[in-house]
Design a protein around this ligand. Structure first.
Ligand SMILES: Nc1ncnc2c1ncn2[C@@H]1O[C@H](COP(=O)(O)OP(=O)(O)OP(=O)(O)O)[C@@H](O)[C@H]1O
Length: 707
């Protein structure tokens, strides 16, 4: 069938090259599993829990389907394949293309307990500044300049061009700047009235601090709202804003992060023995998607052991719903990362139809960008000198659901309920008792001696660097960040609906209208992202948040990368089940298209609650994706348009995949109704909709219009 944009799908030309040698190894190691076709209706197959997986790559055993149990019965340590069938969904009242309002729901807050002043500050958040803006000019007006310096780039593969002067950013109204020290020099760059706060041991261990050593302003008395605007310098090429390239670079909460680009090593690992040159990181932590702490497990990164030995951490509230937090199954945060830069998609490169709300550096110069102020309106109070500023940093909550020491002194964000655990650490609800606003606080511990902490910091800084430059209705908004003792906090727009992954867990597969809506919005965010030559590299349900109005936000940019060239090799990063074949095979020639493949997998995930090939264990799934010519079964319940959309996304040849901008014109999403639910306005009527003439009641209703 000829694609709607005029390019026919073509067969993939199999390229047998040296880069695929690991696949060959896999071929020998694993029996090629027969395709587990998705059920025609549900598209979901299940299998028994297997606590004693002795051999990787074994195909999951299908089990008889049982009625969908309540979500609360879903084991926290089940894999996708193990998860019970999803319940039929009441079709959510989702309506696509919500790009207007940004009303997040509030979460739980906790009592403040300020203990210690933040050692340094990055731009402090003020969500209200964002929400109240009616246009981009207003938005820009609340940005603060930011810059981070770094001299070491050897282990960083994401040279985000963040050091270039922003055409819209100015320093004139900034009381301070925050800088990041160079790891090599251990010297903080002083900008404006910046004061270094580097700890002694930081200077001794530049490698640890290079990623996030910030300076605080000398005495930046915060002025109400826009009065005080600190600067944050973000690094130029090679700074810590980049995604790690090191094969050992990834934190271990995502089990297989840091998976090296060396696929020979991969082969060895997959063969069942650790590659001697690969450091096995990680603690085996896993999150509990079912319980709301749904991130971090089963990612491919620094820790390969789980993939190899299948140790499990069940029963813990922090445990993954997956038997092994490794590649055993497609958990919400299954990731692999290593390596190199992703080449540019041949046909990607921006979308004229996509709202471009941020400037992107093009000339390599240092860029400054103004960030929104925190929602602190108290004057005569320095954000850097909180009354409790000498106390200790916020402590890790004892209970998974509530922080023990809920406070972020400088910004007055109080750390509240735990939203989830990810690769980098924890994400909490943040509440500003002064403004009454909420945010999501992503917390990561710095200055630890382990590689995991270093990698976490590096990736978090990359996320900051990227997110701080992106502003789009379908991308989670970055508010600011700060360091408090050994903790780095990143403040984000709070998207209270949770991730698509969690929604699927809780409510089962989505109906087509919801899928169309979500897909359209994901595409909108992706098209914007790609127009900035940035690839997300970890598109999946767990990294897509949904607000109560059905608005979708791309999140978790820890894997994202700004593409600067076309000749760069692919990074072996991502989540196995959503990973494009070319990434697994380490073939060349694509880049942004990896997100399109992952989007296709996400559509299938939304339709079936599981990604493609979820019936296979992690390594076997990767083998299936990377080595076979098969395409995953597409569930029958999807419309023909939906099926075609998925097929377009899941073309093995990346150059044949349409771009995000092109996909926005696909009938599957183009016809999706936009999400726009007006604010309820009290209305008094005596004839409620739906009542017959004979059934009239005097009721007070809220006007709810769907545009
Ligand atoms: N802005 C947000 N609003 C609401 N919840 C959020 C937000 N950001 C993250 N969360 C929650 O926290 C969890 C972990 O977040 P996130 O995935 O970004 O952390 P992470 O360390 O990047 O994880 P990973 O890299 O392993 O995917 C998410 O699954 C989600 O439930």
């Amino acid at each position: 069938m000829r694609p709607w944009w005029g390019k026919s799908s073509s067969k993939e030309v199999k390229k047998k090259g040296s880069k695929e040698s690991f696949i060959d190894t896999l071929h020998r190691r694993f029996k090629s599993p027969s395709d587990g076709k998705l059920s025609s209706r549900s598209g979901v197959s299940r299998r028994h829990l297997n606590d004693t997986v002795s051999e990787m790559g074994a195909q999951s055993r299908p089990d008889s389907r049982s009625p969908s149990p309540p979500s609360k019965h879903v084991s926290r340590c089940q894999s996708f394949a193990e998860r019970l069938s999803a319940q039929p969904l009441p079709r959510p009242g989702v309506h696509p293309a919500a790009v207007g309002r940004a009303d997040s729901e509030l979460g739980v807050t906790t009592k403040p307990r300020l203990e210690k002043a933040p050692k340094s500050f990055l731009p402090l958040p003020r969500p209200a500044c964002i929400r109240n803006k009616s246009n981009q000019a207003d938005l820009d007006g609340d940005l603060i300049t930011a810059s981070v310096s770094s001299a070491s780039s050897t282990d960083i593969d994401d040279p985000v061009d963040l050091n270039q002067p922003s055409p819209r950013a100015t320093d004139c109204d900034l009381g301070t700047r925050t800088t990041v020290s160079s790891p090599s020099s251990g010297v903080l760059k002083d900008h404006a009235s910046t004061a270094s706060i580097m700890k002694p041991r930081e200077a001794k261990k530049p490698a640890k601090l290079s990623l996030c050593t910030f300076t605080t302003p000398t005495s930046p008395n915060r002025r109400p709202l826009r009065g005080h605007v600190p600067n944050l310098q973000v690094p130029h090429h090679g700074a810590f804003c980049s995604a790690p390239d090191s094969s050992m670079s990834s934190p271990s909460r995502s089990p297989l992060r840091g998976f090296g680009t060396d696929h020979a090593a991969n082969s060895a690992l997959w063969a069942g023995r650790p590659y001697t040159d690969v450091t096995l990181l990680g603690s085996g932590h896993c999150s509990s998607p079912g319980s709301g702490y749904n991130s971090g497990q089963n990612s491919m990164g620094g820790d390969m052991t789980g993939q190899l030995f299948w140790y499990q951490t069940r029963g813990s509230p922090e445990c993954s719903p997956i038997p092994s937090p490794r590649m055993a199954s497609p958990g919400p945060s299954s990731r692999v990362q290593s390596g190199a830069v992703t080449p540019i998609h041949p046909r990607a490169g921006g979308s004229g139809t996509i709202e471009s709300q941020t400037s992107w550096p093009e000339d390599g110069k240092q860029q400054t960008h103004r960030l929104p102020l925190p929602p602190v309106t108290i004057s005569n109070s320095s954000p850097f000198s909180h009354p409790n500023s000498t106390a200790t940093s916020p402590s890790v909550p004892r209970s998974p659901g509530r922080a023990e020491n809920p406070t972020s002194p400088g910004s007055r964000w109080k750390k509240g309920k735990l939203l989830g655990r990810g690769t980098f650490g924890h994400v909490y609800v943040g509440f500003n008792s002064e403004s009454g606003e909420m945010c999501a606080m992503k917390e990561v511990t710095l200055f630890s001696d382990d590689a995991k902490s270093r990698e976490s910091a590096k990736q978090l800084m990359q996320e900051i660097a990227l997110l701080s430059r992106l502003r789009h209705p379908n991308i989670v908004q970055y508010y600011g960040s700060e360091q408090v003792d050994d903790k780095l906090y990143i403040y984000l727009e709070y998207v209270s609906g949770g991730s698509i992954y969690k929604i699927l867990q809780d409510y089962g597969q989505l109906g087509e209208l919801a899928i169309r809506s979500y897909t359209q919005q994901i595409l909108s965010g992706l098209a914007f992202l790609h127009s900035k030559s940035t690839v997300h590299r970890d598109i999946k349900g767990a990294n897509i948040l949904v607000d109560p109005n059905g608005r979708v936000k791309l999140a978790d940019f820890g894997m994202a990368k700004h593409i600067t060239g076309q000749s760069c090799p692919l990074s072996f990063k991502g989540s196995p089940y959503w990973m494009a074949p070319e990434v697994i095979k380490n073939s060349s020639g694509c880049n942004l298209a990896v997100d399109i493949w992952s989007l296709g997998c996400t559509v299938l995930e939304m339709a079936t609650t599981k990604p493609p090939w979820s019936q296979f264990e992690g390594v076997a799934a990767m083998f299936k994706i990377g080595n076979s010519k098969d395409l995953p079964a597409i569930p029958d319940q999807l419309s023909d348009e939906g099926k075609d959309f998925v097929r377009q996304c899941l073309q093995r040849n990346p150059s044949h995949r349409p771009t995000a901008a092109q996909l926005l014109d696909h009938p599957f999403v183009k016809s999706a109704a936009p999400v726009e639910r007006s604010l309820p306005s009290p209305e008094f009527t005596d004839t409620p909709p739906g009542l017959t003439n004979g059934v009239k009641a005097l009721v007070f209703v809220h006007k709810l219009s769907l545009v």
